[in-house]
Design a protein around this ligand. Sequence first.
Ligand SMILES: NC(=O)c1ccc[n+]([C@@H]2O[C@H](COP(=O)([O-])OP(=O)(O)OC[C@H]3O[C@@H](n4cnc5c(N)ncnc54)[C@H](O)[C@@H]3O)[C@@H](O)[C@H]2O)c1
Length: 418
Amino acid sequence: MIKKPATLGVGIIGGGFIARFHIRSWTGVRDADILGVFDPDAKRAREACDLARSLGVGQARPYASITEMAADPQIGALWICAPNFTRGEVMEEISHAVRSGQAELRGVACEKPLGRNVREARKMLELAEKAGLLDGYLENQVFSPAVVRGKEIVWARGAALSGPPYLARAAEEHSGPHMPWFWEGTLQGGGVLNDMMCHSVEEARFMLTPPGAPRDTLTPVSITAYTNCLKWQEPKYAARLAKASGGKTDYLKRPSEDFARSLLEYRDRAGRTLVVETTTSWCYVGAGLRLSMELLGPEYSMQVNTLDAGLKVFFSREVRGRAGEDLVEKQNAEIGLMPVVADETGEYGYTAENRHMVRSFLAGRRPEENFADGVAVAELLMAAYRSAELGKTVPIPFKGLESYVPPVARGAWNPKSR
Ligand SMILES: NC(=O)c1ccc[n+]([C@@H]2O[C@H](COP(=O)([O-])OP(=O)(O)OC[C@H]3O[C@@H](n4cnc5c(N)ncnc54)[C@H](O)[C@@H]3O)[C@@H](O)[C@H]2O)c1
């Protein structure tokens, strides 16, 4: 029998960077408390718990294992926020804890990407299904208020009167990830394409899909992609990565792509062609993380750019403080005219995302963004890698998609040796 608390007790697996975003978003989430964190790094677990307690979003405490946390009757759902290379073992343990009767859970939510390739993503879905768990795929950008409200307005006015949109453009750019494991193709699953194009393709698909329509309203037809390593393979920058990783990351021999773009064709049910254009980069140096999205139709367009923030501050050259990320995520400077994203957890979509997941789990409903979407995203990304590898357009699905592992994820990619 599933426990039925009025308030959902949430346990977080992995107490790092993204867990802190989720915890901060919780001040805007109702009917759920963060009650636990499991992280093999005890300091990280303690810090995440302290943050939850200090914000008053739950009496979180560290647990010694995933199974111990899942088995606590107070915990009703788990949020997977651990690194990409741990997905399989983490989900195996959750699924086993439920199937062996040690844990009773309503649901599991998992950060992007669901897997490093299609096989891993499908395994996640299968394990959730086997355990009878509701599943949520944590793609925050489809919950971002500007994206959601933009979609609502454009479809209600522009599309209703002049026809559906035909082009979506999405870009995700910053100056590079904060932890060494992201830079290792074998651990992360790739470079910036895997890390950030997962947002772009899903956000663009969401915008082009009529409100309330199912995912299969649009059929992906083909993709043309390009990847390169423009900045971080330069000796000066490769040396910086080596230093930050204690000598482990070697971008001279084993780089991953720091720039990737794709052009994706969809067909809608009326046989029309729709296009998604994406650009992603770890070599963008601006004020900080820049997320942009455009949607274009016959008589309308919309655009969002997170660095066009309503709030801007100016510091003269006399103000020399510590480097930080207090103004905007992946901040690159502290002086001059700086944009500030006043409520990052809200504007990037984490608050609405977590509210949706909590409400869905409490109602016993599958979230609208779920593991099947995570699998679909993995399929698009693998097709993009295959296209970049072959240097030509590939159909979706392409032959061998199920077992495809991109060269960069095998440690066998180096654009300098092409
Ligand atoms: N939605 C977004 O925009 C977004 C942004 C950043 C990261 N992410 C995703 O979130 C996940 C975590 O990224 P991060 O930036 O927080 O990384 P991080 O390295 O900052 O934190 C990961 C944490 O997981 C812990 N960990 C390692 N192995 C573990 C295991 N087996 N079980 C539980 N915890 C384990 C680590 O000790 C660390 O504290 C990644 O999958 C990443 O792709 C999503």
